[in-house]
Design a protein around this ligand. Structure first.
Ligand SMILES: [Zn+2]
Length: 157
């Protein structure tokens, strides 16, 4: 972080707090050369967030899996990609905002459910019905896919 006044690269942090959208941190810095103070907004380094599965194994948090799960739950429902992206972004933000190095599958699932509930009841019920049973989101998605196809078949009959 360069000082805005003298371009010295050394400064010390005197205050730091997350901004409201929590993807960046506001830091108050003091230049060690000229002593002037300035504020920087630094993008939070997304340190690897680990997801703890029910069987205790860990895997890196992957937002694409969250999105895929949401999309699956929303299949054939009047929900736009924009809504899906928004839900995904809020889950991602909430996951990182916890500021822990790891998060449980259960908590992630709860976050997804919260989002779905606000948008579409059917998507919510679909997700809620199966996600608790599985330790792995991959298995869960297969089950969800099966359910969606079953429902589609019933409707076709
Ligand atoms: Zn300076």
């Amino acid at each position: 972080m360069k000082c805005q006044y003298c371009s010295c690269t050394e400064s010390k942090v005197i205050d730091s707090r997350p901004t409201e959208e929590s993807s960046s941190i506001r830091r108050r810095r003091e230049c060690t050369n000229c002593g002037r103070r300035f504020t920087t907004y630094e993008k939070i380094e997304l340190l690897p967030l680990m997801v703890v599965k029910r069987d205790g194994r860990r895997e890196p948090f992957d937002v694409q899996k969250i999105k895929a799960g949401i999309m699956r739950a929303c299949e054939k429902l009047p929900i736009s990609m924009q809504q899906i992206d928004e839900m995904t972004a809020s889950v991602e933000q909430a996951a990182y905002a916890s500021m822990d190095a790891e998060i449980s599958t259960t908590r992630l699932g709860d976050m997804v459910m919260q989002e779905l509930k606000a948008v579409n009841d059917v998507a919510y019920v679909r997700f809620a019905a199966v996600y608790r049973l599985f330790t792995d989101i991959g298995d869960f998605m297969q089950e969800l896919q099966r359910l969606v196809e079953e429902n589609a078949q019933k409707q076709d009959e």
